[in-house]
Design a protein around this ligand. Structure first.
Ligand code: SF4
Length: 370
């Protein structure tokens, strides 16, 4: 089963930390929507698996799209592919777009899961990050969605922000847990070049948090959210039972997906493809970059994505897919980490304990085939 991803690359204002591909030229949105319809229409052959399980509207800010436009995309997908078993249709929403009218219209679409960019419940921290909503608006957005009957709600939270310590984080986590949402994604702030924070870091007016603080805050997130009954199923993701993100999970399990829109990526068979164009170029015609993954790339990708998940890797599966030599090599490389507890063995599976996910990359890279 495969997934379809629609990238809506527009934001009303740019957040200080964001380096996603997005534009503030909202006047181009109608033309981009038209171009996305045309791109989708031309993409019946990229996926080898035509049975669609999930559809996802991400961004940027998908809630800049009127709900009926999302529904038109869903209907176009069902004309082109087999949608008889679609399980999840997600839309990312910005809290200040979630008016009563918007929620009412969204409820009439096929969207059955929403992901809300809350980030923090401290107004000072939200302002510092350049978010365009307040804490009260975020709480109100969740309440409106719940009142309308949405029962699969995810919220994003950011931690590791210099100047906003554990007390602010604790208050945010208590708040989102109290909201009664089904899924929480918690990301450590990363400061990238080319963003407002990146420039402040270069000028010395901002700092990254110390590594020990990052680890302490990650431990706090893990502890508070798992104690509230959520499963820590991927480095940044927590879900109540049965409420994992199916769309994102399919990225980590190597399922096929088709991305539509400027900045969207696609994957099928052993081909990874991307459209890296600016919106102005995309309107004039879609151009893709692509690469064919080698067996080594596929193995390393499997190690990277799977060891960041609660299930870890299966050495039996590595033997089947990549050969017995690869299986033996991974098992040998894992031995030192089994002694230190950075990896644990469970049948044929090797896993990183969830409370150590934050520093998992150091372990994973030692298992890579080079
Ligand atoms: S964080 Fe989200 S809302 Fe903010 S600029 Fe990036 S994509 Fe837009």
């Amino acid at each position: 089963m495969a997934g379809i991803y629609f990238h809506i690359p527009f934001c009303k204002r740019l957040c200080n930390y964001c380096d996603f591909y997005r534009s503030v030229k909202l006047q181009l949105l109608p033309q981009v929507v038209e171009a996305m319809r045309a791109e989708l229409a031309a993409q019946t052959d990229f996926l080898t698996d035509h049975k669609i399980r999930t559809i996802y509207f991400g961004g940027g800010t998908p809630s800049l799209l009127a709900p009926h436009i999302m529904q038109e995309f869903v209907e176009q997908v069902s004309r082109q592919f087999d949608c008889s078993e679609v399980e999840e249709v997600t839309a990312e929403l910005n809290p200040d777009d979630v008016t009563e009218e918007y929620v009412e219209a969204l409820r009439r679409t096929s969207v059955n899961r929403v992901s809300l960019g809350v980030q923090s419940l401290s107004d000072a921290e939200l302002q510092f990050m350049g978010r365009r909503h307040s804490a009260a608006q975020a709480v109100q957005a969740v309440r409106r969605l719940q009142a309308a009957g949405f029962d699969n709600i995810s919220v994003d939270v950011i931690f590791g922000v210099d100047g906003y310590g554990e007390d602010v984080l604790r208050q945010t986590l208590e708040g989102v847990i109290d909201m009664g949402v089904q899924h929480i994604s918690a990301y450590h702030l990363t400061i990238e070049e080319g963003t407002s924070f990146g420039r402040a870091l270069a000028k010395g007016t901002m700092r990254c948090v110390e590594e020990s603080r990052s680890e302490a805050e990650f431990a706090l997130v893990h502890q508070m959210v798992t104690e509230a009954g959520f499963e820590h199923y991927e480095v940044s993701n927590f879900a109540l039972p049965g409420r994992r993100s199916r769309h994102n999970s399919s990225y980590w399990t190597g399922d096929e997906y088709l991305g539509i829109g400027p900045g969207a990526h696609s994957f099928a068979g052993d081909v990874r493809r991307w459209c890296g164009q600016r919106v102005e170029e995309y309107i004039g015609g879609v151009e893709y970059g692509s690469e064919r993954l080698s067996q080594r790339d596929c193995l390393n990708e499997y190690l990277m994505t799977s060891l960041r998940r609660a299930e870890g890797i299966s050495t039996a599966l590595i033997g089947e897919r990549f050969g017995e030599d690869a299986r033996r090599r991974v098992e040998r490389s894992a031995e030192p980490h089994l002694k230190t507890g950075w990896l644990i063995k469970d049948g044929d599976r090797l896993k990183i304990p969830a409370e150590r996910f934050l520093v998992s990359d150091a372990v994973i890279s030692t298992l890579f085939e080079v």
